[in-house]
Design a protein around this ligand. Structure first.
Ligand code: HEC
Ligand code: HEC
Ligand code: HEC
Ligand code: HEC
Ligand code: HEC
Length: 252
């Protein structure tokens, strides 16, 4: 395992001590299906931001690739939040007078970074890595919801352990492939889906999995065929399914 995780050895150490003791408790907690209302999941809560940045405008309508702003998402554990300079490559020339962009101009002039409110966060004792997911073809929307349609960024999923495990137990249900573009790597398919949606806003050309990722509504699919194809994709992409539910995958 590459040494990419955050330096919070203390929390990790405490957790690994706690793990052996916690397991029975945890199983009971998970088993009893603790009620978690949207108030404590934070899903779709409105958040204050210094600038009303719209993914709908930038990612969907303008078609800017996620990686233009989240530059490290396919290379490292962090996706990265863009610096003011990235905004100014366009906004020094377009919408220069917009009052909404005043904080961006201020930040550029003073060198003080914008203070974006964090939307998604897992606790310190959880290890997460973007690049491995993106490179296996797990789409952003699987974990973040329909980002490309958000006017103000919101949390699309609660990111509870049960959600991580749901996929880690049966990743074959979540991987997909674009049969019309078999030459594309899984990673390319992740980003291509947004472009595809731009040219096909009703999703007529999409397969059911792609459609549900983009529109958020669970599509009725042929589950047997889905799993068969998924199992093939696990092999092709070298996913080590057997190990994915080990506690140490996410808690070092
Ligand atoms: C033009 C730049 C830009 C592009 C393109 C862009 N984003 Fe963002 N993104 C931002 C900025 C700025 C923020 C922080 C402000 C906010 O949360 O809205 C952000 C925040 C996010 C967050 C929440 C971060 C957190 O705090 O948890 C997610 C998730 C996200 N983007 C996903 C995407 C996805 C998926 C795409 C491609 C479909 C994308 N972004 C394209 C600029 C961009
Ligand atoms: C590739 C060019 C490009 C980049 C990079 C870009 N924008 Fe934009 N942005 C635009 C365009 C074009 C519009 C106008 C969209 C429209 O209304 O049609 C816009 C509109 C906006 C608006 C709405 C302005 C208004 O008065 O309605 C805000 C706010 C904004 N952008 C913030 C940002 C922020 C913050 C960043 C950096 C994280 C950013 N933009 C990066 C091209 C860009
Ligand atoms: C398997 C689930 C998953 C996938 C797939 C995923 N993310 Fe995330 N994302 C997370 C989690 C969990 C966090 C919180 C990480 C933390 O607290 O360190 C996060 C945080 C973020 C953040 C906040 C800042 C940062 O650097 O981490 C951004 C931006 C983001 N994701 C963008 C994206 C984009 C863009 C994609 C697709 C290219 C994507 N994510 C795919 C789960 C995911
Ligand atoms: C939709 C499916 C999906 C979801 C949701 C998901 N994962 Fe994953 N995860 C994968 C796949 C696929 C891999 C790649 C495994 C491989 O290639 O062997 C992976 C790998 C990982 C790895 C790297 C394992 C290693 O040995 O390098 C970590 C860490 C991880 N996931 C943490 C998380 C966490 C934490 C969450 C929840 C916030 C999460 N994942 C949610 C599908 C998912
Ligand atoms: C795929 C990633 C993943 C795996 C595997 C995993 N966890 Fe977690 N775990 C998480 C995440 C994410 C959280 C934080 C959940 C939250 O914020 O609510 C968490 C939280 C916890 C907590 C804190 C209490 C709680 O429920 O929030 C304990 C204890 C824990 N895990 C124990 C375990 C044990 C024991 C195992 C092995 C049986 C395990 N975890 C396997 C991702 C994982």
């Amino acid at each position: 395992m590459p040494n990419l995780f955050r330096p919070s050895a203390n929390a990790y150490a405490k957790l690994s001590l706690a793990l052996s003791a916690a397991l029975p408790v945890l199983l009971i907690t998970v088993g009893s299906g603790v009620s978690r209302s949207s108030a404590n999941t934070g899903v779709m809560n409105h958040l204050d931001q210094p600038v009303p940045f719209s993914h709908k405008h930038h990612a969907y309508e303008l078609g800017i690739d996620c990686r233009y702003c989240h530059t490290s998402v396919e290379k490292s554990s962090y996706a990265g939040i863009p610096q003011t300079e990235t905004c100014m490559t366009c906004h020094s020339q377009i919408w220069q007078d917009s009052p909404l962009l005043e904080p961006v101009r201020q930040s550029f002039a003073t060198g003080q970074p914008l203070k974006w409110t964090e939307v998604n966060k897992v606790p310190e004792f959880v290890y997460f890595n973007h690049s491995i997911h993106v490179n296996r073809g797990v789409n952003c929307n699987n974990c973040h919801g329909q980002v490309q349609q958000m006017q103000i960024t919101q949390k699309g999923r609660a990111l509870f352990m049960s959600w991580c495990l749901e996929c880690h137990r049966e990743p074959e249900k979540y991987l997909f492939t674009d049969e019309k573009n078999p030459q594309m790597s899984p990673r390319q398919q992740v980003f291509n889906l947004y472009l595809k949606y731009q040219s096909d806003p009703l999703g007529d050309e999409m397969n059911p999995q792609e459609k549900s990722l983009i529109f958020g509504n669970e599509q009725k699919t042929n589950v047997k065929a889905l799993i068969e194809r998924g199992n093939q994709l696990l092999k092709d992409r070298g996913v080590r399914k057997q190990e994915l539910t080990d506690c140490t995958v996410c808690h070092h």
